[in-house]
Design a protein around this ligand. Sequence first.
Ligand SMILES: *Cc1c(COP(=O)(O)O)cnc(C)c1O
Length: 429
Amino acid sequence: MIYKRSSALFSEAQKVIPGGVNSPVRAFNAVGGDPIFVKHAKGAYLYDEDGNTLIDYINSWGPMILGHAFPPVVEAVIQRAKLGTSYGMPTQLETEIAALAVKMVPNIDKIRFVNSGTEACMSAVRLARGFTKRDKIIKFAGCYHGHSDSFLIQAGSGAVTFGTPNSPGVTKGTAKDTLLADYNDLASVKALIEANPNEIACIILEPVAGNMGCIPPADGFLQGLRELCDNNDILLIFDEVMTGFRLAKGGVQELYKVNADIVTFGKVIGGGLPVGAFAAREEIMNYLAPLGPVYQAGTLSGNPLAMAAGLAMLTELDTNPSIFDSLQKKTAYLHTGIAEALTEHEITHTINRVGSMISVHFSETAVTDFKTAALANNKQFKDFFHGMLSEGIYIAPSAFETWFLTDALTYEDLDKTIEACRKVAKKLA
Ligand SMILES: *Cc1c(COP(=O)(O)O)cnc(C)c1O
């Protein structure tokens, strides 16, 4: 495949946009080369500026669960745009999507809409702090909750240390309130709680992790966190920006039968428009302004185009829940096919999968947390990425990202992908 035009466009972009991209994950820094510029997309396919067609396994990092340019979403946005694109006043549309979300997701009474997953997580933590009147939070190494200051914290040595910022611009003052635990390690959480009695407002996590590759919660991990929170008056926040409306109608709370106190959403909930949301039981949500003391706002929050897109998407998922089963089966099929292709050529690998989230780690050890995810063979991943790309398969340009399947994929697409994998594995062997 040729990427002449993409590379030229990238050069132009770099002159006026830092690094040529508006979000760093779009750059190819982790795999080398220039990012591909998209012209348009439909269903499971991307059509790039050089005229190549790619089978898409990123799907805008999750939102396009029913494929690109999904007709009900496109139609909803077009019709709504004709009525005006923003008012800064309430619309009935906001109540409709809120009521639908509250119906689909267990254990929530009220939901507030924002413009991104970052905003949702940032606001959820502020709400938790306001509600509990405590300052500190626990997050897990390798979990991503958007780019607000409190979350850009890396582990020092050992889990029971204060976090140090991993981006300039995050102050030490902010960093000291974020405590780091290890994913799937309840003991690391217990130690932090014991060392900080009555100081921890919330524990926030991706209940199925997707930002260090896909990592499922170990048996009892979510239940254990629930108990620790209950016993210590700590709020449990499930960041379901990635998993919400993807793994099940009601997300991880439904799938693993564990209740969170606050849930955050993004990605699928906006149907491809910029939407985030956070939700909880009434007692907690009533703490938000204008009812309560915790301030949170947004000029474009609940934007009519975004709400129309989100409503069309959620309506489809609500009325046709077999989509989740269909996605699960397609992902399992892909899993089996890829595992066979890699095994045939004796390529060491670990494949993690939950529902329609899957990741291939070139690793001998099980991948259960950030440390084990980081052990994988990065060089092999780079070669795999570029090999797949040359076969017309677009996976995320980083070993730490999950692939997101869309239900627009056919079994023929999946067979093509597995065949591509077989060819690439042969070259890697
Ligand atoms: C993508 C993501 C976010 C951030 O959402 P944005 O819309 O990119 O701000 C937060 N949490 C998780 C789990 C995510 O995957």
